[in-house]
Write a protein that binds this ligand. Structure first.
Ligand code: ARG
Length: 578
């Protein structure tokens, strides 16, 4: 209710500010507070005073105007104006109870399906072939998968697009090297270490002229559709993606093989795209290359930047592929919204691609193009996250370490799980912790990867939330009665109720802003509010009247359902016991 009133007040302010005298800052700073002294109403807002200054009007009159705009709002019993113009809101408590009961009966927990579902392409994960999935791919994978889950839950038709880097001149060298490895080791080839494979291929290329000549020939042959080269290329793609699929599975990420739409998919479109750009006067020839000049993108010296879409030698680039890719997504997939979960360093690249696609009409104005950027993952020293020897951290090793650490932690905590059950608990906590550490930070900023913080059972972490869930479930194992009709009498109950009721708005906000951390913050706050409720409102203690026990059990049940659903939307599992 608090957020809803704040939203409506903002709207009301804009409406009474007909001459645009109010600064946007004042409006966005508007907030509704929970009153300590409930005899003066449950909620209050003091916007009328600063607002009256901006409007050069009497504050009490301004307060009255605001009141009038909110009149008849369901859930509010009355609004009082106090002192110089404070707005005090008295809530209709029956309304809250009714809303909670409705939420309890609703498998969607009050989250409505969106009125205008969109065909939404989410471009995420996108690792590169014959390379190890690195930590920035982890960020894209984890954030993208949470968004996909939320958008689907909100009723959008989501298309997962794994834009893997499966094309480019490096494949000549990789094919030539794969050939050598296969010839020398027969079948028993171990390609699990891509980093070593890539490095060795590069070494051969740099130091052996015959090898380099062969590699260059293979590039040309591959591009010409030669069967042998295509076969070798496919092997490399399959080897990489089999490994990556196993990682997705381990991470509880919903990407499947069918979602792979790599760069190679757009190859055939590239010559036509470049011709079309020339014909439309968007691209021009410059020293044998085909270039698009966009006046809005200048370098530091103020010169207009050129974007090459076809090189002198006829080769195409990452940019050309991404332009074709938009056309494909709009024409073939019928995309209405395309979300790129790609690291922030590629922002300029995306802006360029979009601008060209808009100009060429491949992305009509009503197709929403969105960059959902994220910062880097840093080590505790504040530098990019690396292994001790300075190499890139492999995702597999990272997950192994997470599981080892959780296993140790459980032993220290005296956990008595064994065998498969123990493995499952270890897995759920480890994967949950790694994902949540990433999701809980505002994605726009870099974030520091810190094992101790993310695995802590205190604070805003997955283990804390998973533990909160298990604790609530344990109440039901001890209870002698079942959940019943809700009555709200204690202040802590009311606060829990208010928090529970703001779940739907939170999920909707995550879907529109592509900000999973909003849901994390919400779940953490919910757990905290729940803990205060649990401390001050005994649920199954002796002496608590049966009806009160039943009402409180119902609040417990709803809290656990919201935690489970919320964590599920983030791709994190809960356990009945842990
Ligand atoms: N493969 C790229 C990389 O590793 C990311 C691709 C992102 N998606 C796109 N449509 N450009 O950086």
């Amino acid at each position: 209710m608090k957020d809803k009133i704040a939203e409506l007040l903002k709207k009301a302010v804009r409406e009474i500010d007909t001459a645009h005298e109010v600064s946007p800052g004042l409006i966005s700073a508007l907030k509704v507070d929970i009153n300590k002294d409930r005899s003066r109403g449950d909620l209050s807002c003091s916007i009328a005073m600063p607002l009256s200054k901006a409007l050069h009007r009497n504050p009490r009159q301004v307060a009255e105007d605001l009141c009038a705009k909110l009149a008849g709002l369901e859930g509010i019993e009355r609004i009082e104006i106090a002192g110089p113009g404070f707005l005090n809101f008295f809530l209709d408590h029956d309304y809250t109870v009714r809303a909670l009961e409705r939420m309890c009966d609703d498998p969607r927990l009050g989250v409505e399906l969106c009125a205008a579902p969109k065909i939404t392409v989410v471009d995420y994960s996108a690792p590169n072939v014959a390379k190890e999935m690195a930590v920035h791919h982890l960020r894209s994978t984890v954030i993208g998968d949470a968004l996909v889950r939320v958008l689907e839950f909100l009723g959008h038709q989501v298309i997962r697009a794994n834009h893997i880097g499966d094309w480019g001149t490096q494949f000549g060298m990789l094919i030539a090297y794969l050939e050598e490895v296969e010839n020398s080791s027969g079948q028993g080839m171990d390609l699990s270490d891509f980093e070593a494979f890539y490095r060795q291929a590069k070494e051969r290329y740099d130091n052996d002229e015959d090898f380099a000549v062969r590699a260059r020939r293979y590039v040309v042959q591959l591009q010409g559709g030669d069967e042998y080269c295509l076969g070798m290329w496919r092997k490399l793609v399959n080897l990489t993606m089999t490994q990556n699929q196993a990682l997705y599975h381990r991470l509880d990420v919903t990407l499947s093989e069918g979602d792979i739409m790599g760069e190679s998919l757009y190859n055939e479109m590239l010559p036509g795209i470049v011709e079309d750009l020339i014909e439309r006067g968007i691209a021009v020839e410059d020293h044998g290359a085909i270039v698009v000049y966009l006046p809005q993108f200048k370098n530091k010296e103020g010169q207009v930047l050129g974007n090459i879409v076809r090189k002198q030698d006829g080769g195409y680039l990452y940019t050309t592929t991404d332009i074709a890719c938009i056309k494909y997504r709009v024409d073939k997939l019928k995309a209405q919204r395309i979300i790129y979960v790609v690291d922030s360093r590629q922002h300029q690249h995306l802006l360029t691609v979009w601008e060209i696609a808009r100009k060429a009409g491949y992305a009509p104005e009503d197709v929403v193009l969105e960059h959902c950027p994220f910062g880097m993952m840093l080590g505790k020293d504040g530098r990019p996250f690396k292994t001790r020897s300075g190499g890139t951290v492999k995702l597999r090793d990272l997950l192994d370490e997470a599981e080892e650490r959780v296993s140790r932690l459980l032993s220290e905590r005296g956990s008595n799980f064994e065998g498969a059950q123990r493995q499952e608990v270890v897995h759920n906590i480890a994967i949950g912790a790694v994902k949540y550490a990433d999701l809980s930070k505002n994605r726009n900023t870099d974030y520091v990867f810190d094992w101790d913080l993310m695995l802590s059972f205190e604070g805003n972490t997955a283990p804390y939330l998973q533990y909160a869930y298990s604790r609530i479930r344990s109440i039901f194992r001890k209870a002698a009665t079942t959940p019943g009709a809700i009555t709200l009498t204690d202040k802590a109950e009311e606060e829990l109720a208010a928090k529970l009721l703001s779940f739907p708005a939170t999920v909707t906000a995550v879907g529109s802003k592509c900000q999973p951390h909003l849901l994390c913050t919400y779940l953490y706050e919910l757990s905290e509010v729940f803990m205060s409720f649990y401390e001050s409102c005994p649920v199954i203690k002796e002496g608590v009247p049966l009806s009160v026990q039943q009402s409180r059990l119902k609040l417990c049940e709803l809290t656990s359902a919201v935690l489970r659903r919320g964590l599920d939307l983030l791709g994190i599992k809960v356990m009945e016991m842990m």
